[in-house]
Design a protein around this ligand. Structure first.
Ligand code: CP3
Length: 343
């Protein structure tokens, strides 16, 4: 039988939606914290296939989600291109910056990425052998704009100011960085597909800070180019696009990029998205992650409301963004029960 999430991605309306969660392997789980301590630091966890596979499997064992997402990070690609990367505990990522033509020229080419990223492919191969038969394996990458915001600033930024500044001051360098990331992302995702990923997801966490023609040029066009290259080689491999906080630009995004599914953050109402986005195909989302901290009847009622709003078409139940470290693992089970109670 075809896996439930693949049926939804093919556009089927199911009696109850398949479920997984962004960051489902993460610090809210005691077993994750234990494995992470064993690995030493976050990047060692990403690059040790046995441990990365182990944390990927933990939420599947505990909750029986319909999909497992590869454990890795979107910032491994800049590292594979030659940027220095480290994660400071409690402070997030720090990278060497790319803001000049010389720094851009100093990066490695797309062909070099597999030297660094081959452990990620090994993680996927382990997972394909270890996952239960009804659980789909999701691979992913960051979208070029979002990854570029970290490479240009050297860290996370509230408003992506440094990336916007480079785009305004030196459009040629900025565009060349986006093009390099687009090419590297194609090669990275193709290698993930060949290692066993059955679904691919493109995370554009900062798409919402692009407006007008910038949204077309740096969110939409790279996604379209990446998806076209993936489909040329793997026509049946479904792709989920996540242009987070795109607001009204969610409408038409799937058609314009060729994505099989659009992931919705929790700033858009499920009712609006059902009529404006789901009309073109499968949608994923969009419970606010805060409900998994606060729980109670609000969690159950909001979960039911989202399931109902999207019940007329193809839907994958998920959060609007990653689950946070302060979430209560019992609330995750309550959410799953509320999604599946109708079945
Ligand atoms: O969804 C999953 O569980 C798959 C694995 C995954 C991680 N990060 C693991 C991770 C995925 C898909 C990501 C994507 C990612 N990484 C994004 C895009 C999605 C989003 O959340 O907006 C971004 C912007 C990053 C970059 C990143 N990685 C930041 C800013 C941080 C620090 C913030 C934090 O939560 O600590 C990370 C670290 C990170 N990536 C963690 C995990 C589980 C926490 C690391 C730890 O264990 O300390």
């Amino acid at each position: 039988m075809t896996k439930k999430i693949l049926r939804a991605l093919a556009g089927e309306t199911l009696p109850t939606p398949p479920i997984w969660m962004m960051r489902q392997a993460g610090r809210y789980l005691p077993e994750y914290r234990e494995t992470r301590a064993k690995a030493g630091d976050f990047l060692s966890l990403c690059y040790t296939p046995e441990l990365a596979a182990e944390v990927t499997l933990q939420p599947i064992r505990r909750y029986g989600f319909d999909a497992a997402i590869l454990f890795a990070d979107i910032l491994l690609v800049p590292q594979a291109l030659g940027c220095d990367l480290r994660f400071e505990t409690g402070e997030g990522p720090r990278l060497s910056t790319i803001t000049t033509p010389a720094e851009l020229a100093g990066l490695k080419g797309r062909d070099a990425i597999h030297d660094t990223l081959s452990p990620v492919y090994e993680t996927l191969r382990i997972l394909r052998g270890a996952l239960p038969g009804d659980v789909a394996l999701i691979g992913f990458a960051g979208a070029p704009w979002t990854v570029a915001t970290y490479m240009i600033a050297g860290r996370g930024t509230p408003d992506q100011g440094p990336a916007h500044a480079l785009k305004a001051a030196d459009r040629a360098t900025f565009s060349a960085l986006i093009d390099l990331l687009t090419d590297a992302t194609i090669d990275y995702l193709l290698a993930q597909a060949e290692a066993g990923a059955e679904v691919l997801k493109l995370f554009d966490s900062w798409a919402g800070s692009l407006s007008g023609a910038d949204f077309d040029d740096f969110a939409l066009a790279p996604a379209r180019r990446i998806i076209a290259a993936l489909k040329a080689r793997h026509p049946d491999l479904p792709v989920i696009a996540f242009p987070r906080e795109a607001g009204p630009r969610y409408e038409g995004f799937a058609k314009a990029t060729g994505a099989d599914c659009v992931a919705l953050d929790n700033s858009v109402s499920a009712g609006w998205a059902a009529s404006h986005v789901q009309k073109d195909g499968c949608v994923q989302g969009n419970l606010a992650p805060g409900h998994l901290v606060t729980g109670g009847t609000a969690l159950v009622e909001e979960t039911r409301r989202i399931v109902r709003a999207f019940s007329g078409g193809a839907h994958i139940f998920n959060l609007g963004h990653g689950i946070t470290p302060d979430a209560d693992p019992d609330n995750v089970q309550r959410m799953i029960d509320a999604v599946r109670e109708g079945s």
